[in-house]
Design a protein around this ligand. Structure first.
Ligand code: NAD
Length: 423
């Protein structure tokens, strides 16, 4: 670590210590100059807002919301909105940084952003959820917009919440503005494929990785952690494609059947009971047992830091597809590297959603709506091009995919900064 690096690390004003840790992992490989590090080390803008909501019980409650725009050299901010009680500005900044890298890795013209409200949506009624969403958008309306920063769904936010965001933003600006948010219902300018594009984009990459590792698709054994938008769609598509999905989980529990799960049945069970746990004909297991189960492919699709120092040593999968954001701690990353597991990193693996969001934004701006076949073709092309770009860098530098993806993303962001005259 040189002096400037140490200084940025020690700088209490830097909101994103986690981003510095991410950069540390590739710092020496990339040989960043002091100026380059300075530009990457901290978010451009971070908004913290407090807004009141009148609950159904008639009480006024203050909520805290965040929006961080990490970098916008390549285009307007782009990133999801998360509703979760444990949000912090530092965590949101880290996710915004990852969004910037992600957009650069798949080469779409956006910067990185992320936001959310510190709330447990399960404790709100539907009308309170709408009031919280609208209150948050009123608080950040000046900082978002089709050419400024474009939100999308993330953990515990969905199409309906995006529809409220659109409506509130249009009420404030008094203009029709569908490109202000992506992941909207189709009827409001969304794309049907967006519902499962993160999953599908990841699966296109998985197919390329399996060719590399010589694993046959039919009968390949998969465990998926998380059974929300991403996890459930991934399990469903893989099941339809003939993979053997043997284990899935959600926040309430995990299930295993070594001969393969009936995924539509699991989905129906979750709709009925609120969890995948207890699905007939399966063994209830812990989340750590899911991560350690005997499978070819492990797909973390829940929250951050799930693969950590205490469980990474037990992973048996040959390929890990990181569909969740930051599911692997730095400690686990080192253990996984030593085990020669092929890990497709989050910045590449889960970028299918933002790629289709880019198509949605572009369609909204042009008022030109494509057939589903065109969306899928362009998604596949974009994902495979990014896989090939990352893989070429792996070969050139003898590094694994996480370093290569970071290298590519960082290189593209810095190139844009240089062209703008900031370097
Ligand atoms: P979601 O809220 O729909 O689903 C999250 C799932 O994780 C739920 O099934 C929940 O029960 C489960 N879960 C929570 N804690 C868990 C735990 N400790 N163990 C096992 N399961 C647990 O969220 P999502 O949209 O599916 O997002 C999942 C991940 O994918 C997040 O990291 C998100 O940032 C990332 N991601 C989502 C998208 C997208 O398009 N939605 C795009 C890129 C990345």
């Amino acid at each position: 670590m040189n002096k400037n690096h140490e200084r940025i690390h020690a700088d209490e004003k830097n909101l994103c210590k986690l981003c510095m840790s991410e950069l540390d992992a590739i710092y020496s490989d990339l040989a960043l100059t002091e100026d380059e590090l300075e530009i990457l080390a901290m978010p451009r803008r971070a908004f913290i807002v407090h807004f009141p909501v009148k609950t159904e019980a008639g009480k006024t409650k203050m909520f805290i919301g965040y929006r961080v725009q990490y970098n916008d050299a390549r285009g307007p901010g782009k990133g999801g909105i998360r509703f979760h009680p444990d949000l912090t500005v530092e965590h949101i900044s880290d996710l915004a940084f990852l969004m910037g890298l992600k957009c650069a890795v798949v080469n779409i013209p956006f910067g990185g952003a992320k936001g959310g409200v510190a709330v447990n949506p399960k404790e709100l009624s539907r009308s309170e959820l709408e009031l919280v969403t609208r209150g948050y958008i009123r608080a950040i309306a000046d900082f978002i917009g089709p050419f400024r920063d474009i939100p999308a769904p993330d953990v515990y936010t969905d199409e309906q919440i995006m529809a409220w965001i659109l409506d509130e933003y249009e009420r404030i600006t008094r203009k029709h503005s569908p490109a202000v948010v992506t992941g909207k219902p189709v009827e409001l300018g969304g794309i049907k494929t967006r519902r499962y594009s993160t999953a599908l984009g990841g699966i296109y990459l998985l197919e390329e990785a399996m060719k590399e590792r010589g694993i046959e698709k039919s009968g390949a054994c998969v465990a998926v952690q998380g059974f929300g938008h991403v996890g459930e769609n991934t399990a469903r598509i893989l099941h339809e494609e003939g993979y053997r999905v043997i284990a899935v989980s959600d926040s309430k529990g995990a299930i295993l059947n070594q001969t393969g799960l009936d995924i539509p049945g699991v989905t129906a069970h979750k709709e009925r009971t609120g969890s995948v746990a207890g699905f007939p004909g399966t063994q209830n297991i812990s989340n750590d047992q899911l991560l350690a189960c005997d499978c070819d492919i492990l797909i973390p699709a829940a929250l951050s830091d799930q693969l950590n120092g205490s469980n990474a040593g037990d992973i048996k999968a040959k390929i890990i597809l990181e569909l969740a954001n930051a599911p692997t701690t730095t400690e686990a990353d080192k253990i996984i590297l030593a085990k020669d597991i092929m890990l497709i990193p989050d910045v590449l693996a889960n970028s299918g959603g933002v790629v289709v969001s880019y198509f949605e934004w572009s369609q909204n701006l042009n008022n030109d709506y494509w057939e589903e076949e065109k969306v899928l073709r362009k998604l596949k092309h974009t994902m495979i091009s990014a896989f090939n770009d990352v893989h070429a860098l792996c070969r050139e530098h003898g590094c694994r995919m996480r370093e290569a993806a970071y290298r590519l993303g960082v290189k593209r962001i810095l190139h844009a900064e240089r062209l703008r005259g900031n370097l």
